[in-house]
Design a protein around this ligand. Sequence first.
Ligand code: NCD
Ligand code: ZN
Length: 359
Amino acid sequence: MHDLVIPGMIDAHVHLREPGATHKEDAFSGTAAALAGGAVGVLDMPNNAPPITRTERFAAKQALFATKAVADYGLFAGSDGSHLEQVLAMAPQAVGLKLYLDETFGDLRNREPRSLAETFEAWPGPGPIAVHAESESIRISLDLARRYGQHVHICHVPHPDELLVIDAARQAGVHVTCEVTPHHLFLSDEAVARLGSLAQMKPPLVSPADLELFWERLDLVDLIATDHAPHTRAEKASAEPPPGVPGLETTLPLLLAAVDDGRLTHERMMALVYTRPLEVYGLAAPESEVVIDLSQGRYRLPLEGYHTRCGWSPFAGLPALGRVAKVTLRGQVVWQEGKLLAAPGSGRPLERVADRDRG
Ligand code: NCD
Ligand code: ZN
């Protein structure tokens, strides 16, 4: 088999832990892991410690990424329902606003109906409001988007039946987009018996039958985003393991194996990991190229050898195809044969289409 060449993927949902939990990952190790996995752009979530709910925290995080990132990035603003004026002030620079309506890792939460309504009413864009929402909260989010004419993006859809709810809202004119994670497509809840807390995340894995339904309804999904959420092995082995799994370096080979199996077409895969993430967030594609070596055929994902600081993967052992041999970003070779060739700080904020077109 020959090499496959694609543009670098855009991962619209990652947690690179910078600032606040850099023992798990940081802007450097996380963007290096992105390049290793064939992604040249990542959108980073605001559930840091402290959460990115204030302009000065947003600016401090921007400064850290500006000196450390080796891939391009967009940063989300967050809101806990307080200081709405601060949240709105982050809008022009943020890739979107992230709201957590349900429990997950970290303290960032906003589920108070009045402040949610105020936030949906006031958010000026241009980025969408992305929500961590499960079951009832999805309906609340869709209703708020309809009421205030907002673009709402449903992160990591928890169950395939929610895809039908989201699609019905879309048909009814709500501006809604959604994402599914690779773990919901490639790991069922049977993995929890095998891996314990290493297979625990929010939203949790679904049954094998529901996993199949995710595949059957993939046409209703805008994009695949990893929700790369690294925690150390020790944290995962603790009495109260935090939810979340890494995914930056395993998504492309898993998807290429799925294309090989005829589960989706190559074109559809590229729409899910490249075209639609850019469109949903209104971003311009950085000029990039990923060369994937297919010469070794199918293999099983390894237990070790990852570049994410957490060093493990819940996908180890799963069938995979293709290895990232070379990544070029803006004409520079940034990754080749397992080696990082980009300098810290060479990653740039992803540009908005509107800004680029303005010149
Ligand atoms: C994420 C994390 O660890 O930050 N955990 C997770 O289980 N997905 C938070 C989140 O996206 O819910
Ligand atoms: Zn997440």
